[in-house]
Write a protein that binds this ligand. Structure first.
Ligand code: C2E
Ligand code: MG
Ligand code: MG
Ligand code: MG
Length: 282
């Protein structure tokens, strides 16, 4: 009897697995379709980064969103992960690069000077066509490479290390900026940090969210900012949710702040409205 119920639970468990697997396959198929149709299911949002000294918004981070045809939203971490595991990330990133670069061109034409960061994965950097596609897209839209920053996490940089570093150096050579995202939660040793061809250090939001309440976070953030500067990097804090945290970061000489205290990620037209209001007040 107990063997039978055991088998049954194994059976159910397997069924659950199959279902999850099937769900992923369906989602992957829909994602593929959404990329090729480009029918508005996928779109980019942009979150402002405040330059602490000038009080200007000179940069944004582009963040992808997916709303399926049935109206449901898919968490970006979930579908980015799916895209990475299936190799679809190369196509997805190509779509993102195109969309963001043409948006930056549009802003340039309107006299809005914004640099934009694009999140990419290890596979993108390892993909031989990534560099040439990016350069081609920049030329096509007449966008200066220095207006684009590539954001990579520590994990992405470590995977395929030598090839990856070479690819990043090649990007730097044409003038594209490189940012190390989610700094402080990955495995980057200081020895490795010193070797990475990066321009910007982006402190993970886990140290920033409660910065105004946690002395430990303040120590970590202050020393990371100092370290970043001494290594020649610009330092950004993500996850700034309160004025107190913003002020602390200013005192600590952090270069840029990004987070809900300023604004959530917005579609381009809403960001333009937000910018107008911001400059009316500041
Ligand atoms: P990330 O690059 O580290 O992006 C920062 C995340 O923090 C974003 O989540 C952003 O919306 C969120 N965030 C910003 N300010 C605050 C704040 O004040 N408080 C809190 N709690 N969160 C804040 P999102 O948009 O859900 O993206 C999650 C991750 O998905 C990103 O982490 C990035 O790794 C990935 N991702 C997003 N867009 C893209 C993309 O276009 N391409 C790729 N390859 N990955 C992307
Ligand atoms: Mg990022
Ligand atoms: Mg991050
Ligand atoms: Mg992240």
């Amino acid at each position: 009897e107990s063997a039978a119920s055991n088998q049954e639970s194994i059976h159910y468990y397997k069924n659950g697995e199959d279902e999850a697997h099937l769900e992923r396959l369906i989602m992957l198929d829909e994602l593929k379709q959404a990329i090729s149709d480009d029918d508005g299911q996928l779109f980019m949002t942009y979150q402002p980064k405040l330059h602490m000294v000038t009080q200007k918004i000179d940069k944004v981070e582009s963040l992808i969103r997916w709303q399926r045809k049935d109206g449901s939203w898919v968490n970006p971490e979930l579908f980015i992960d799916l895209a990475e595991q299936s190799g679809l990330i190369v196509e997805l990133t190509a779509w993102v690069v195109n969309t963001v670069v043409s948006q930056v061109a549009d802003w340039q034409n309107k006299g809005i000077n914004l640099q934009a960061a694009i999140n990419v994965s290890a596979q993108d950097i390892a993909f031989p066509g990534f560099h040439s596609a990016l350069v081609r897209t920049l030329k096509k839209h007449n966008v200066a490479p220095s207006l684009i920053t590539i954001e990579l996490t520590e994990r992405d940089m470590i995977e395929n290390e030598e090839k990856g570093i070479k690819a990043l150096q090649n990007l730097k050579e044409v003038g594209v900026k490189i940012s190390l995202d989610d700094y402080g939660v990955g495995q980057t040793s200081l020895g490795r940090l010193k070797m990475l061809p990066i321009d910007e250090l982006k402190l993970d939001k886990c140290f920033i969210l409660k910065l105004d309440e946690s002395q430990k976070d303040q120590f970590i953030v202050q020393s990371s900012i100092t370290l970043g500067h001494q290594l020649g990097f610009s330092v950004v804090a993500e996850g700034v949710e309160t004025l107190d945290s913003l002020n602390l970061l200013k005192e600590m000489k952090c270069d840029h702040a990004q987070g809900y205290y300023l604004s959530r990620p917005l579609k381009a037209d809403l960001l333009e409205e937000w910018l107008k209001e911001y400059y009316e007040k500041n």
